[in-house]
Design a protein around this ligand. Structure first.
Ligand code: NAP
Length: 254
């Protein structure tokens, strides 16, 4: 058997309380990592997750932070370092949700919020956590992107702009920190089934599935599996990659 073994590793997951983040965090914990469960407003979910992970025998810490705020991310780093140690794995997953509409209708503030939660979030997490990875000579930076960044469909300009900006930051970072044994990759989900969004049976969903080579929507667990793989030693020679986990719905060339 070829296991994904993250025992002895410490992972930080932003947006750990969210639909996909909770499954990513659970999957890293199941692989043996100690986990920092980062939340923004959903304290109840964070404490439920920590209780679940502690019962599995891993160390888990719930911690509040606004990832768009550098001082908050610095405090996040200091608290995690004190209580768990310096993280080996960061998963930049949090996102600010907003109403999607056309460029003409979308308030400029939504473009700013997407810049903050996609680009600055990744910059802050890098500045906070990568220096300790450099000292260790090992690290994993995993950003959660989206198939939408490649599709550029109508009404998705703010989201696509933020996620494309994040892609730029992380590909450059991959080149900069590769010599230190740190890989930097992105997982790009499609429209994913998760706890509060199982099959809807809508016409929109039927249309979406019809165009996917695998003819179905992916699940939260399938996204988390890609994150766990990239976090592990099995992915030791993969860096700078944008990995679509969307049943082939987008197939970007370099
Ligand atoms: N779900 C999909 O189908 C899908 C498809 C493609 C890509 N994605 C990507 O996957 C990631 C997760 O998406 P999701 O659908 O699971 O999102 P979600 O359920 O809406 O969760 C969003 C998470 O982000 C956190 N958050 C929001 N603003 C924050 C801030 N300022 N500081 C810190 N944390 C903040 C929230 O924390 P609290 O709940 O604690 O407030 C929550 O945990 C995102 O990067 C998204 O772009 C998702």
């Amino acid at each position: 058997m070829l296991p994904i073994d993250l025992s002895g590793r410490i992972a930080v997951i932003t947006g750990a309380t969210g639909q996909l983040g909770r499954v990513m965090t659970r999957t890293l914990a199941r692989a043996g990592a100690d986990v920092a469960v980062c939340y923004h407003t959903n304290r109840g979910k964070a404490s439920e997750l920590v209780a679940e992970f502690e019962a599995m025998g891993v160390r888990a810490l719930m911690i509040q932070a606004d990832v768009t705020d550098w001082d908050a991310v610095r405090r996040l780093r200091d608290t995690i370092a004190e209580k768990l140690g310096h993280p080996d794995i960061i998963v930049n997953n949090a996102v600010i949700q907003y109403r999607w509409t056309s460029v003409l209708e979308q308030p400029s503030e939504d473009f700013e919020s997407q810049f903050r939660s996609s680009v600055l979030h990744n910059v802050h997490m890098t500045k906070a956590f990568v220096p300790a990875m450099i000292e260790k000579g090992w690290g994993r930076v995993i950003g959660i992107n989206t198939e939408c960044a490649m599709q550029c469909w109508p009404n998705q300009a703010a989201y696509a702009a933020g996620k494309r900006g994040m892609d730029g930051v992380l590909r450059v970072l991959a080149r900069e920190v590769g010599p230190h044994g740190i890989t930097v990759n992105q997982v790009a989900p499609g429209w994913t089934l998760s706890e509060n969004v199982r099959e809807t049976g809508s016409e929109e969903e039927a249309r979406y599935r019809k165009n996917i080579p695998l003819r179905r929507r992916g699940t939260d667990q399938e996204i988390a599996n890609a994150v766990a793989f990239l976090a592990s030693d099995l992915a030791s020679y993969i860096t700078g990659a944008y990995v679509p986990v969307c049943g082939g719905n987008v197939m970007p060339a370099i």
